[in-house]
Design a protein around this ligand. Structure first.
Ligand SMILES: [Zn+2]
Ligand SMILES: [Zn+2]
Length: 80
């Protein structure tokens, strides 16, 4: 079985375009609970620790900046 339809957000792959469509519509955003607050960055993760590491490595933010942003984060939505 070839998984030719890959989700650009989370890299999950499906063999049917329909399956990918359903995934993006109903599941993808729910699986990725934490999204990067930097404008223009589409990084998201379902683990807060992954997001923190991303901000540290990709944006050169300090631990204090990261904590200030992520400690108020809860499941689901950005507050900004
Ligand atoms: Zn996805
Ligand atoms: Zn980012």
């Amino acid at each position: 079985m070839l998984l030719v339809y890959q989700c650009p957000n989370c890299q999950k792959a499906y063999d049917k375009q329909r399956s990918l469509y359903v995934h993006q519509l109903y599941y993808c955003n729910r699986e990725s609970k934490f999204s990067c607050p930097n404008s223009g960055c589409s990084y998201r993760s379902n683990l807060k620790s992954n997001l923190k590491r991303h901000m540290l490595l990709q944006h050169g933010m300090t631990q204090e900046q990261i904590s200030a942003l992520t400690d108020s984060m809860t499941y689901g939505y950005k507050k900004w």
